[in-house]
Design a protein around this ligand. Structure first.
Ligand SMILES: [Zn+2]
Length: 387
């Protein structure tokens, strides 16, 4: 099996809230898996196909965007834009999860059409991986008239997650709750649109609907973009134990409120991040890094903790095999450093002061996919493929 060694690492961010910083300066991968983490002089690094010298930079798990709206290939009709997925990879994202292919022109609303679109999207994005990006798509938006058998059919066809509940004709809590329970019974995860209407045609989903629907993820609890009133956001954090998703295409103040509430509850493991792009506010290639910097700088959590929101937390909640630097997990990494001329003694201090880090390299499935990002501020130090 092909072996990748990343050596001379300055800092390893694990993605695991319980221990966000790991000891060691070296990671060894075989094929698409991490096989060893530690000090380079103690690990078996012989016979590597490729060696990356990190030159003292930071290695983190590839970032996960928990909330995107892909349509077809690397094109979004929402903003008539090409290559938004590839551009997002330049923001350190290596896995993205569809919250529904809702921008598909002429999106079908009849049950067989809903199922067909989801299955087609799942197949297309499984086969289409720009630069190796992992895209979990095929997220049907539930519509009135769907029966239990439809959810079984979807699960049998490989569908793993529902699109945002509430974007279709199902807007009542009880009806949504029934369908979410059917989805869960067959192993399909769910997320719900929380807050005011996103674009003309969508509607309000308030806390009572969210609680009654009981989806696995409280999708954009900070609104997309219109947030619920503060008391409803804190109530959702307190009364529902589901995932608390904060998105870039949402209300920043509400995101901070939700994260602080989760922190006060001692439940930061519930916090996950998305962009909700492409959207009315555009495509956000650096959206996940911007959320990490926002939450860390204004929400008073250490930068290494905020990185967990974008990696290990999402992976655990979404049942993914990436997002953690841990033996046996996927060899998906983003290599970062403090942005040039940014204040702070190191990358963590710089992010805690609200600055974005610079991406120097992206690795997916143990293969170097990108060198220096064309989108982030330039990193001070860059990793290098040396053999
Ligand atoms: Zn939404």
């Amino acid at each position: 099996m092909s072996k990748l060694v990343i050596r001379n690492i300055g800092l390893i961010l694990s993605g695991d809230l319980a221990k966000p910083i790991l000891d060691g300066d070296c990671i060894v991968c075989e094929g698409d898996r991490i096989v060893a983490i530690g000090n380079g002089n103690e690990l078996d690094t012989d016979g590597a196909r490729e060696i990356v010298d990190a030159h003292g930079t930071t290695v983190a798990p590839g970032l996960i965007d928990s909330h995107v709206h892909p349509v077809a290939g690397d094109w979004t009709p929402r903003q008539s834009q090409m290559n938004w997925i590839e551009s997002t990879q330049h923001g350190g994202v290596t896995t993205m999860i569809s919250a529904g292919e809702v921008h598909t022109p002429g999106r079908p609303k009849d049950v067989v059409g809903v199922k067909a679109l989801a299955i087609a999207a799942q197949r297309c994005f499984e086969n289409f991986r720009p630069n190796g990006m992992k895209i979990i798509a095929g997220a049907p938006v539930i519509e009135q008239g769907m029966e239990e058998q439809d959810f079984k059919d979807l699960a049998d066809a490989g569908i793993k997650t529902l699109g945002e509940v509430g974007l279709g004709t199902v807007k009542a809590g009880e009806e949504a709750g029934r369908m979410v329970a059917w989805a869960r019974k067959y192993g399909i995860q769910s997320t719900i649109h929380t807050g005011g209407p996103s674009i003309p045609g969508s509607g309000l989903i308030d806390k009572d609907v969210v609680l009654a629907a009981d989806a696995d993820i409280i999708g954009h609890i900070n609104g997309g973009h219109t947030a619920l009133p503060d008391d409803q956001i804190t109530c959702l954090c307190e009364q529902c134990h589901r995932g608390i998703e904060l998105v870039h295409n949402g209300n920043e103040r509400a995101a901070l409120l939700a994260m602080r509430t989760a922190n006060e509850l001692g439940q930061l493991e519930r916090v996950i991040l998305g962009t909700d792009g492409p959207a009315g506010s555009g495509v956000q290639p650096l959206g996940i890094l911007r959320m990490v910097a926002l939450l860390s700088s204004l929400g008073d959590v250490p930068a290494e903790t905020a990185f967990c929101f974008a990696t290990g937390n999402t992976a655990r909640m979404r049942d993914l095999d990436c997002g953690l630097i841990e033996v046996g997990k996927a060899a998906d990494f983003v290599i970062l450093d403090q942005a040039q001329h940014s204040p702070g003694a190191n990358i963590l201090e710089s992010v805690q002061q609200g600055n974005l880090p610079g991406v120097g390299m992206t690795i997916i499935d143990g293969v170097v996919r990108l060198g220096r990002s064309r989108n982030t501020p330039p990193a001070t130090k860059l990793p290098e493929v040396v053999a």
